[in-house]
Design a binder for this molecule. Structure first.
Ligand SMILES: c1cc(-c2cnc[nH]2)ccn1
Length: 235
């Protein structure tokens, strides 16, 4: 799976996306993250990429030309144009279901805005979908793009050691993850639950499922309500 990221700060991606799971997935050729500097496409003599908003107001707006030219350049030899996602507070909020949907795409283009936003005509011209990572305003779309790349990439075949790695993680099965413990079995008098030391895998799985249900009910009643509706008979 390939991510082309249109950004003013490509170095951010070159540093963060070469670490850990995503870094290994890139080394293995499973994932490719290609950061493109929008500023390289500016035709302005000072390489400007923003301008004052028509109608007044504070802050600057990213101009059309550099972004559209960058998009046209990276897609010029593509017969099938990849989906373009604009990281925006106005988008549908990213969740595991959306991440799963996106993980089936071969190629995604992520557009990172900056300043007060981007000229609306960019959205009209090239954006297929806006995605938010939550209802708060950030400095730009770079961190949201990295969040999206991380959660989508983990769902791509071969990125994680085993499919079980994510199938038991929070949100994958509609529940929060059960509590995790590791050595020592007794830390400052706090003991690991006996069931986890029993070696009885069926009982351990039962305990973990019950823990997930209970903590989802307590911490995320909104999630629990959906889970309860879809699993009514088993509860
Ligand atoms: C996606 C993008 C943003 C954002 C982009 N620029 C300012 N805020 C916030 C949340 N999710």
């Amino acid at each position: 799976m390939k991510f082309d990221v249109l950004t003013l700060f490509p170095e951010l991606f070159n540093i963060v996306m070469r670490e850990s799971i995503i870094g290994r997935a890139q080394e293995n050729g499973i994932i490719k993250v290609n950061a493109i500097n929008i500023r390289d496409y500016s035709k302005d003599k000072h390489k400007k990429v923003d301008d004052y908003p028509f109608g007044g107001g504070t802050g600057m707006v990213m101009t059309c030309q550099p972004v559209i030219d960058a998009y046209n350049d990276i897609t010029k030899d593509m017969t099938v144009k990849p989906k373009v996602i604009y990281m925006s507070p106005q988008g549908r909020v990213l969740n595991q279901k959306i991440a799963k949907e996106l993980s089936t795409e071969e190629h995604l283009i992520l557009l990172c805005g900056h300043y007060e936003g981007i000229d609306e005509r960019i959205i009209e011209e090239i954006v297929d979908e806006e995605i938010s990572i939550g209802d708060y305003v950030l400095t730009g779309g770079e961190l949201p793009a990295m969040v999206l790349i991380d959660c989508v990439s983990r769902l791509v075949q071969g990125v994680l050691a085993s499919e079980n790695s994510y199938s038991e993680e929070s949100h994958f099965n509609g529940l929060l993850e059960y509590p995790q413990y590791t050595r020592p079995a007794d830390y400052n008098g706090k003991k690991v639950p006996d069931i986890l030391l029993s070696g009885h895998h069926a009982n351990i799985e039962k305990w973990r499922t019950q823990q997930s249900i209970e903590r989802t009910k307590q911490k995320r009643p909104d999630m629990y309500e959906v889970y309860e509706r879809t699993h009514k008979k088993n509860l």
